[in-house]
Structure formats: C-alpha cells, structure tokens
Write a protein that binds this ligand. Structure first.
Ligand code: FA5
Length: 346
C-alpha cells in the first residue's frame, strides 16, 4: 500500500536523521545535517514529495505523520544546536585569554573646518565693534551683482569679475558679497546700518596658490550720518590688529571699485621668516586681504538712501587669505581639498 510504504519511509528517515544528529558535534557540522535533511534538495523534502502518489483518503493521515516527524526533527536540531553553541562558548571562555591591559582604540574626534574657525574669529571681532551678521543669497540677479552697484552692462569694470552664468537669463552665481549691500539697504532704509555679510562667492578665475573659483568673502557695510574715511580706516586697522596681532604690518593703498569712491585695498605683510614669502606675494612681501571704500552716492540711492543726508563705507575681505597669512599656508587650494592632514592642523 502506498500509504504504508510512504509512512514507513518517513519513519525510517526519522530514525536515520536522529541517529546521525548525535554524531554531529559542532555548529558547522549541524548546519550540514540540516541541509541534508531540510535543504531544498534534502531527504525530508523528497519524502514529503510522495504525498501526491498517495490516495486522497489517506493523505490526511500521512500529512499528520509527516508533521510529527518534521517537528520532532526540528526540535532535536534546535536542542543540538543550542548545546553546541554553549559548548563553543565555554571552550572559548576557558581557552581564549582576554588581555585587559591592551590599549583601547582611540575614537577620532571631529573638529571645525579651518574656514569655519576663521569665520567665527571674524564674527567675534566685528561683534565687539558693534556689527551684526546678515546673510544673503549666493545665486543673484545681474542687477544686484553689477547694475545696482554702479556697473551697467558693458561697463569695463565687469571684467574684474569673470562670472558663472546660470541657464536662467539675468541669474548668476555672485562674484562677490557686495550685492548683499543692496539687500540690506533696501530692508533697513532709512535706519543706520552696521552689518557684516559672510558667504561663498564664485568666479571663473585662473586657479592659483592665492585664488580659487569658489572662495569666502565677508562684506562689511556701515551707513549713517557723518561716517567718514577715518571711520573706515579706524575699523579696518582695529580689525587687523585684533586678527593678526600688533607686530604685523597693515598697508592701505588707493584703488578703484565702481561702487565706492574713494576706494582702497588693504594688504598684510607675509610672515618674514617664511621661505615661501616671495612666491606667495609675487616678491612684494604683501598679500591683499580686502577691498573697501566710501559708498558711491549712486549705490546709496539704489539702496533707498539720500546721499546728501547719509554717508557710509563698505569692505569685502577674503577670510581664507587671512588664515593663509596667519599660518603661512602656501596654497589656497588646500581649503576645499578635504584632506584631513590639512584640516587637523588648525
Ligand atoms: C571685491 O570683490 C569687492 N566687492 C570688495 C569691495 C567691497 C570693495 C565693498 C569695496 C567695497 P576683490 O575682487 O578685490 O574686491 O576681492 C576682495 C577680496 O576677496 C580680496 O582681497 C581677496 O581677499 C578675496 N578674493 C578675491 N578673489 C578671490 C579668489 N579668487 N580666491 C580667494 N580669495 C579671493
């Protein structure tokens, strides 16, 4: 009878499996046993496959027996596996010595990027001078970046800032933080202003040791009654003394920007004992850190102010150049290279 044969085979298989299980002592061996009997091509599966050959009225009885055998084998397997794991643990505890005197693995601490550190130093100095931090956008209109800063289309001064354009006409990546001046003036007018505007700028530059296509600037803007060039020089000098210390030289020279009149540029002397001094300062000994000047009347008017009533000054400084000057860093490209050996030095 098919039923009797199939059920007998099942029981024989049970005896065989239980018998073999005793001989499999450790975990990898036990898993082989499990594959042999319960794997896809295992003996248990083959035995259960006989179900289709059994007459319908006897299938229930066969199924019941099959379930009993399956459960019995699974329980035996789980118990054997538990015992094997336990034995392995006991063995490892007894034989593997734990050396508690080994030094631990140190966790590496993260730190602020040098660009963040220098920005925070700048904020702290200007906070003491009564300046607030104001943020404006990196994607700008041509109007704010050039036109309202007294540079109409085709103005030759635009050549100073080789620009990245977006696919939207009239929308560019700002070439300096100066367009922020327009935003602040239009928001604060007619109140007096004393703010700094930090942020990223973008220019299609020939990359060199001192110039990148992406760099930080911090703009400064002061507007009020009776503000003079002396206030600008005093502010810049006070800032430079705090940033670089009393020993370093500050050089102020006249310059030109369309949005300031008169205009100046400010240099700091490169550390005298640094062998890279000539290379980084093109033989002059000085590195430029900022451009500045008295705000042009046209720009004041574009911001909503009356140039007959108020005056003001503005500056745009390069924080990365400042960190270079402080530590004699010989290449500005190190800032965005994400090399931890650079970042860890500050
Ligand atoms: C300007 O960008 C003017 N907007 C500054 C200004 C503001 C003048 C307000 C008057 C009133 P300039 O292109 O010189 O000027 O840049 C100013 C400073 O930004 C430089 O002194 C330098 O420190 C930094 N800088 C400029 N270009 C780069 C660059 N490619 N990579 C790194 N730093 C740069």
């Amino acid at each position: 009878m098919a039923d009797a044969t199939a059920t007998d085979q099942l029981r024989t298989l049970e005896t065989l499996a239980l018998g073999e299980l005793v001989g499999y002592a450790d975990e990898p061996a036990l898993r082989l046993w499990n594959t042999k009997f319960f794997g896809d091509k295992g003996l248990m599966k083959a035995a259960l496959g006989k179900l289709k050959d059994i007459p319908k009225d006897q299938r229930a009885a066969f199924g019941q027996e099959a379930n009993r055998v399956k459960l019995a084998l699974e329980t035996a397997y789980a118990t054997a596996l538990g015992t094997a794991k336990d034995a392995a643990l006991q063995h490892s505890l007894a034989t593997d010595k734990l050396d508690v005197t080994l030094p631990g693995r140190a966790t590496r601490r993260g730190r602020l990027h040098p660009a963040t550190t220098i920005l925070r130093d700048i904020y702290a100095i200007f906070a003491d001078l009564g300046f607030q931090v104001y943020r404006t956008r990196e994607i700008e209109t041509d109007d704010n970046n050039f036109e309202l800063l007294n540079m109409p289309p085709h103005h030759p001064a635009r050549d100073m800032w080789d620009t990245f354009f977006t696919t939207t006409p009239g929308t560019i990546l700002r070439t300096h933080t100066s367009p922020g001046q327009i935003h602040v003036m239009r928001e604060k007018c007619p109140d007096p202003i004393r703010v700094i505007l930090p942020g990223m700028c973008y220019r299609n530059e020939a990359i060199s040791t001192r110039s990148e296509i992406q760099f930080l600037q911090v703009e400064g803007l002061v507007i009020g009654e009776g503000i003079t060039m002396a206030d600008l020089k005093g502010t810049i000098t006070a800032f430079a003394r705090r940033m670089f210390g009393p020993e370093r030289q500050v050089r102020i020279r006249s310059s030109y920007f369309p949005f300031t009149e008169p205009s100046i540029e400010v240099d700091i002397d490169w550390p005298a004992d640094d062998p890279n001094r000539d290379r980084l300062t093109k033989g002059t000994g000085w590195l430029e850190i900022l451009g500045a000047g008295m705000i042009h009347p046209t720009v004041l008017r574009n911001g909503g102010y009356d140039p007959d009533k108020v005056t003001g000054f503005a500056f745009g400084m390069g924080p990365q150049r400042m960190l270079m000057l402080k530590h004699a860093i010989d290449d500005i490209r190190l800032f965005w290279q994400n090399d931890r050996r650079f970042a860890e030095q500050f």
